[in-house]
Design a protein around this ligand. Sequence first.
Ligand code: AHZ
Length: 309
Amino acid sequence: MAPVATSDLPPSSTEYDISENYEGQYRFAPIEEAEVSRAMVKRYFNTLYERAVSDVVIIGAGSAGLSCALHLSNHRPELKITIIEANVAPGGGAWLGGQLMSPMVIRKPADGFLKQLGIEYEDEGAFVVVKHAALFTSTLLSKVLAKPNVVLLNATAVEDLIVHEDFDGQQRVAGVVTNWTLVALNHDSQSCMDPNTITAPVVISATGHDGPMGAFSAKRLVSAGLTKGLGNMRGLDMTRAEPTIVNNTREVVPGLIFAGMELSEHDGSNRMGPTFGAMIASGIKAAYEAIKILDSSNILRGKVVSKKA
Ligand code: AHZ
């Protein structure tokens, strides 16, 4: 089935009797309710149709997932990058700094990312401070969403992983199993609400530390028997935690990369609390790891079928 065309746009607004007058004469172009429905539905479902096979799926649009998406898109604009975010509001824990205060601390050298985003900050020597974490998150989000190759499906939860036996006989994460978050939260009260799937040769999981939704893939690897147990996030140590998270960001099982605080739950490494440089740098490292996998694999219809010679 071919996707529905999105080119049947209404005539240009200059043909309508419109007026942008704020003295009581403001007139909109005419509209039919059905046109509004179709404008949304055809685009949204075309997107689901097209992204049923993606090049990279990123689970979680927090600071690590969004930094990863931007870096990956900047370096590989041809890739279909699909971000799945369970919340209605993307951004994860990066709308505020520590203890719900607005300033955001970022340790050097991750301030380079702020320069790239054009975000101003105060330099405190070893670290910098953005006046409001929401300035960081909204700017990053706007840059990610403006990328033609990035799709964000929010209010959508990953509720399982696709796991195939690969060409080597190894268990490989081959995509994600999704559902509307409101459905995912109601499996106990309604029967049989089956999910949807997205196939991808690389999945990057950045779902944060454990909580109502966090550490999703780390926990699923354990319950699926793909890893022995959770390492569990350790106590706060900024000095140790940040380089450990960044330097260990990697493919943990074939096809699945962990980034951000989810890695600390998997590995059993320290938390850093309210300093965000490691989330940015872990996202960037995850993007490089994804590129390595894609460049070293032969991929057919979203599946890794062999390694390149
Ligand atoms: O909604 C979650 C959040 O936006 C989303 N998410 C979690 N489970 C999901 C699922 N499907 C889809 N099953 C899901 N989305 O993942 C995002 C995680 O963002 P985050 O900000 O919580 O994680 P991060 O690793 O990018 O940044 C963590 C920053 C730190 S460090 C720290 C500490 O040390 O105490 N605390 C925080 C918040």
